[in-house]
Design a binder for this molecule. Structure first.
Ligand SMILES: [Zn+2]
Length: 243
């Protein structure tokens, strides 16, 4: 009786989000709860723990997690992470995320970081790469080449946004994994001039960048939601890829 009740509560909108993907995000959270109740063990999660990675919510439970690749609410429309529904990182990356959350809380205690993607094992990245039926030049725009590895493979990168305590997402001007100019961080003034981005969206992105950069993360020019704790070179010197 408890499971249908939880799902009913979610459907009533307790976790509703105010962006354009309201419906799909709600559906995703429902799926996650169902998954959590069905899967008592998760071999992928065991592998990550054995490799020394940590669940960021065990460091800071104020941080919210909604792994988009653990649902069909992603650009591949495929659940790539299966039973994994917690965000794992290298220990120092997780602690830096907690620091960013603290900076955010000081600015506005109603806001939380919401993580869409943490560590991504290379085997899953390879599956993503192989599932994209398009020329190589186009493919690299969507998924980084598994041959080279990515900072996500080391557990030192994060994809995230900001939400309110009731789960409503701050409007950032584009969804996660939106592959168009509106995702870019390096020409936001131009995007505002062209009315692709409005001032509120710009301000929300600035808030995310402020707390993340203050905690020590760096941005990239193509995706407002992606932050690196260290470069790929530094990560490769310090850690092994999670295969
Ligand atoms: Zn990313």
């Amino acid at each position: 009786m408890i499971k249908p009740f939880i799902i009913l509560l979610i459907c009533l909108g307790l976790f509703s989000c105010r962006d354009l993907s309201k419906k799909t995000v709600n559906e995703h959270v429902t799926m996650e709860i169902v998954k959590q109740t069905q899967d008592s063990t998760c071999s992928l999660e065991d592998t990550l723990i054995n490799r020394g990675l940590v669940n960021v919510q065990s460091i800071d439970p104020r941080i919210k997690v909604n792994l988009r690749y653990s649902s069909i609410n992603n650009f591949l429309r495929t659940d790539m992470y299966g039973c994994l529904n917690k965000a794992y990182f290298q220990n120092e990356t997780a602690h830096k995320l907690a620091q960013a959350q603290e900076y955010l809380t000081v600015i506005d205690s109603n806001l939380s970081l919401l993580i869409w993607n943490g560590v991504r094992p290379r085997s899953i990245q390879r599956q993503m790469w192989n599932s994209l039926d398009m020329p190589f030049k186009e493919k690299v725009r969507y998924v980084s080449n598994p041959k080279n590895g990515s900072i996500h493979n080391y557990g030192c990168a994060v994809d995230l946004t900001i939400c309110e305590q009731d789960g409503k997402l701050l409007d950032m001007g584009s969804d996660f994994d939106y592959f168009g100019p509106a995702a870019n961080t390096n020409r936001e003034y131009m995007l505002m001039t062209d009315s692709i981005l409005n001032f509120i969206q710009f301000d929300n992105r600035k808030l995310l960048r402020t707390v993340m950069i203050r905690a020590g993360f760096s941005t990239i020019s193509s995706e407002w939601w992606h932050f690196n704790w260290m470069s790929r070179y530094e990560a490769s010197r310090k850690y092994a890829i999670i295969e």
